[in-house]
Design a protein around this ligand. Structure first.
Ligand SMILES: *Cc1c(COP(=O)(O)O)cnc(C)c1O
Length: 491
C-alpha cells in the first residue's frame, strides 16, 4: 500500500515514511491510494481486540514486518488498559455506547497514541535515521496527555506539548503539568486551541527553523491526528464494536449500523468512514458538534466557515474551528481530486471559508449546546443509571435530534470518548449533585454516585508535583522548543 498527499498525488510515500513525516511538504495529508477490503465477518467474529488491530494494520502498513506490527499491538494494548477487551460496549435502551476511554489517560486518544510510538520507532529504525525525533503537538486537552504518556522515556524521541492556557479542564491541565519522563516537555500558550494548532503548523512549515534543528540533530514529527499512524489504528474499534454487537446478537450478520461520533478534528469519525469504505456495514455516519458547530453547518449548508469566535465549552476536546482531517474526507469524496482539495484548502486559508456541494457520503451533522449537554447527562443518568461525559453527551444529544428528524430504527453505536471523571464538574452539576470546588473531593463524590472508584491515574494526581510551568506567547514557540531541547539559538 502506497500513500500520497491530498494536495499532490505525485508525492508518493511508503507507510513508514508517512508515519515519520506526519504532514506532507505542501501541507497536505497522506492518504492510502485505495481502501483495502475487510476480512469476512466469519474470519473476524472470534478475534480479540489485538487480533483485529493486527489485521487492520497489516492491510495498511504493508512495509512493516509481521513482527513489527505484533510488537506494536502487544506493546500498546496491554495492562495499561483497564479492560482486558481494551474497549467495552455499554448498551442502554436507546443506543450502544462504544467506551473508548479505558486507557491510561481516560480518553479515546489512547487508542491510537499508545501504538503510534511503536510504529514511529520501527519506521525510524528501518530508515536509518540518525537524528532524534521531536514529537511536537498542540492539544485541546486529551491528545497532549496521551502523547506524553505514549512517548515518555522512549529512547531517541522527545515530546513537546503546547496547550491553550485556560482552555483545558483542571484535570486535563494537572495530567499534563505533572507528567514524568526525562523526554517530556509541556508549555501553556496564551490563546485558544486554534492558536496553539496554527502555531505548531507554522513551526512545521518553517523551512529555516527545521533546517537549523536538523543541523542540531533533531527532526520534527507530529502526533496530531493528521498522522496516518493515528488514523488507521482507530478503524479497529469500529470493526471490533461491530463484531461485538454481532456476538451479543444485537445485530445479525451484515446488518447495517449507524455510528455517532462527537467530533473536533474529524479524525475519529474519519476512521469510521474508512471502516465503511472497507466494507463495514454502516448505514449513516452522524457527526456531532458542540457549540462550535462549524461541521454541523458545513454538512447542512455546504459552507465551511471558520470566521467566527471560538466558544469555550464543557467539551473542550471539540472546541475547534479548523477540523484538519476533513481535508482527507474531501479528497476521498471528490474521487481523489487533488486539485479541488488544494483549491478548497487555499480558500480556507485565504478567505476563511469555502463551499462544497458534492456530498457523495451523506453524513448527518448537528450540534448540542451547553444546556442540552447538561440535560442529556442528567437524562441518561436518571433513566439508565449510566453516567456519560460531556463529549459523549454531545453525541447523544445529536443522536436524539437525528431520531426525531429521521425516525430511523437502525441499531446505533455512539463513540464514548472520555471518562466522566475527566470532566467531573460538568457531570456533577448536570446531574444535580453539588460540587465543593475541591477537585479531588468532587472526584470522590462522582465515584460515590456512580458506584465505582476514582480511576487510579486521576487519584494519584493529587499528590504529584507540578513539574511543567512554562507559559509563552504564540510567537515564542520556537524559543521554547529550543530551550526544552537545550539548543543555543546562535549555534
Ligand atoms: C479528541 C476528542 C474528541 C474529538 O475527536 P476528533 O478525532 O478530533 O474529531 C472527542 N472527544 C474527546 C474526549 C476527545 O479527546
Amino acid at each position: 500500500m502506497r500513500y500520497f498527499s491530498t494536495r499532490d498525488k505525485n508525492n508518493i510515500v511508503s507507510s513508514k515514511e508517512a508515519v515519520i513525516k506526519g504532514i506532507s511538504e505542501e501541507g497536505g495529508l497522506f492518504v492510502p491510494e485505495t481502501f483495502p477490503s475487510l476480512p469476512s465477518l466469519e474470519e473476524l467474529i472470534d478475534l480479540s481486540y489485538k487480533e483485529v488491530a493486527y489485521k487492520i494494520l497489516s492491510l495498511y502498513f504493508t512495509d512493516y514486518t509481521e513482527e513489527e506490527l505484533w510488537k506494536a499491538v502487544n506493546g500498546a494494548y496491554d495492562e495499561k488498559f483497564r479492560k482486558e477487551s481494551v474497549i467495552e460496549i455499554k448498551s442502554t435502551k436507546k443506543a450502544h455506547f462504544l467506551e473508548l476511554f479505558h486507557g491510561p489517560t481516560l480518553a479515546f486518544k489512547d487508542m491510537a497514541l499508545t501504538i503510534l510510538p511503536y510504529l514511529l520507532k520501527a519506521a525510524v529504525r528501518t530508515r536509518n535515521i540518525d537524528k532524534k525525533i521531536v514529537i511536537l503537538t498542540a492539544t485541546s486537552g486529551d491528545t497532549g496527555k496521551a502523547a506524553l504518556e505514549g512517548f515518555k522515556d522512549i529512547e531517541g524521541i522527545n515530546v513537546i506539548v503546547f496547550y491553550p492556557d485556560g482552555g483545558v479542564s483542571p484535570i486535563q491541565r494537572l495530567q499534563m503539568v505533572t507528567q514524568r519522563g526525562n523526554n517530556t516537555f509541556v508549555s501553556a500558550i496564551k490563546g485558544n486551541f486554534d492558536d496553539a494548532q496554527s502555531g505548531v503548523k507554522e513551526v512545521f512549515s518553517d523551512v529555516d527553523f527545521n533546517g537549523f534543528l536538523e543541523k542540531q540533530g533533531y527532526i520534527l514529527s507530529s502526533a496530531n491526528s493528521i498522522n496516518i499512524g493515528r488514523l488507521i489504528p482507530q478503524i479497529t474499534y469500529y470493526v471490533y464494536g461491530y463484531i461485538e454487537l454481532l456476538r451479543r446478537k444485537v445485530i445479525s450478520k451484515g446488518e447495517k449500523i449507524n455510528i455517532v461520533v462527537p467530533t473536533g478534528n474529524f479524525g475519529n469519525i474519519l476512521a469510521a468512514y474508512y471502516g465503511k469504505r472497507m466494507g463495514l456495514p454502516v448505514n449513516r455516519l452522524i457527526c456531532a458538534s458542540n457549540n462550535n458547530k462549524v461541521l454541523a453547518d458545513f454538512f447542512n449548508t455546504g459552507i465551511y466557515d471558520k470566521e467566527r469566535d471560538l466558544i469555550l465549552t464543557s467539551s473542550p476536546s471539540m472546541d475547534i474551528l479548523v477540523s484538519s482531517n476533513l481535508e482527507r474526507f474531501l479528497f476521498h469524496i471528490s474521487g481523489n481530486d487533488e486539485n479541488i482539495t488544494r483549491e478548497k484548502m487555499t480558500e480556507l486559508r485565504e478567505r476563511g471559508k469555502y463551499y462544497w456541494d458534492d456530498f457523495k457520503e451523506n453524513i448527518y451533522g448537528n450540534f448540542t449546546d451547553e444546556g442540552e449537554t447538561s440535560y442529556w447527562i442528567k437524562r441518561v443518568y436518571e433513566g439508565e443509571d449510566y453516567i456519560i461525559d460531556p463529549h459523549t453527551a454531545v453525541a447523544y444529544g445529536v443522536y436524539m435530534k437525528y431520531l426525531e428528524e429521521e425516525k430511523d430504527e437502525t441499531k446505533t453505536l455512539i463513540a464514548s470518548t472520555a471518562s466522566p471523571f475527566k470532566f467531573h464538574k460538568k457531570v456533577l452539576t448536570s446531574i444535580g449533585k453539588g460540587i465543593t470546588g475541591k477537585d479531588f473531593r468532587d472526584l470522590e463524590g462522582l465515584a460515590k454516585v456512580s458506584n465505582t472508584k476514582v480511576p487510579k491515574h486521576l487519584a494519584e494526581l493529587e499528590v504529584l508535583p507540578e513539574i511543567h510551568n512554562t507559559l509563552c506567547q504564540k510567537d515564542e514557540m520556537r524559543d521554547v522548543i529550543l530551550k526544552f531541547l537545550k539548543v543555543n539559538k546562535n549555534d
